[in-house]
Write a protein that binds this ligand. Structure first.
Ligand code: G3P
Length: 219
């Protein structure tokens, strides 16, 4: 499973990239607004930090506008993935870009039917929003299960399932069991994956015993 980080905070991206565990970045207009920075400038900076795909989202609602915006965004760097919404116009723009070799992340997916359309439009990534479905009393992980199952039926469907709107580590573990290709995580959730109270407790006990030996591994 690839890990993308869902943020436009360059400091956080740099810190996570240093772990060597980061495969890409996703941004959206809300995350850009939260960063308080210029869109093009911040995306350019992110693309220089991370080698993998960096999603940059269009804001036009019509296909022609999305294509114009996406064409400009694609020029920022080779690792840009144009993010388009799952609408008819978004699907048209998706087809436009993927048939020209530009990566596309189709976002705001809330149903398996939508995911089938994205695969047919040649999307590189489909982003089902698990947390937002959970928030309205629907089962976000069931959607990941359904999409993985459907995509696995057809060799022609090469779209990668990118689990988005992740709220906690269980979303990641369950989606990984289903074979989802990618998850985009808020930085705090990525850090939570490493945490376990028994790890902390075990480490404290090992260090207390080690100190009793009076030894040092490196003098
Ligand atoms: O970037 C898309 C998605 O991950 C947004 O998540 O937390 O705003 O529902 P959230």
């Amino acid at each position: 499973m690839k890990f993308f980080v869902d943020t436009a905070d360059v400091k956080e991206i740099r810190e996570l990239a240093e772990t060597g565990l980061l495969d890409g970045v996703t941004t959206n207009p809300s995350l850009i607004a939260k960063s308080g920075r210029d869109f093009i400038e911040v995306v350019k900076e992110i693309c220089a930090i991370v080698e993998g795909p960096v999603s940059a989202e269009v804001t036009a609602l019509d296909a022609a506008g999305m294509i114009a915006e996406g064409t400009k965004l694609a020029k920022i760097a080779k690792n840009i993935a144009i993010k388009v919404p799952l609408t008819w116009d978004g699907l048209k723009a998706c087809k436009h870009f993927t048939s020209r070799g530009t990566m596309v992340n189709v976002t705001l997916c809330f149903s398996a039917a939508q995911a089938i359309l994205a695969a047919k439009a040649g999307a590189t990534f489909i982003s089902p929003f698990v947390g937002r479905l959970d928030d309205v009393g629907q089962d976000g992980l069931q959607l990941i299960h359904d999409i993985c199952e459907i995509y696995n039926q057809y060799d022609a469907f090469t779209t990668q399932v990118l689990v988005a709107s992740v709220r906690h580590p269980i979303h990641i573990v369950e989606a990984a069991k289903m074979g989802a290709h990618v998850a985009t995580l808020p930085p705090n959730v990525m850090k939570q994956l490493a945490q376990h109270p028994l790890t902390d407790k075990g480490l404290a006990a090992f260090l207390a015993d080690w100190q009793k030996t009076g030894q040092k591994i490196v003098a």
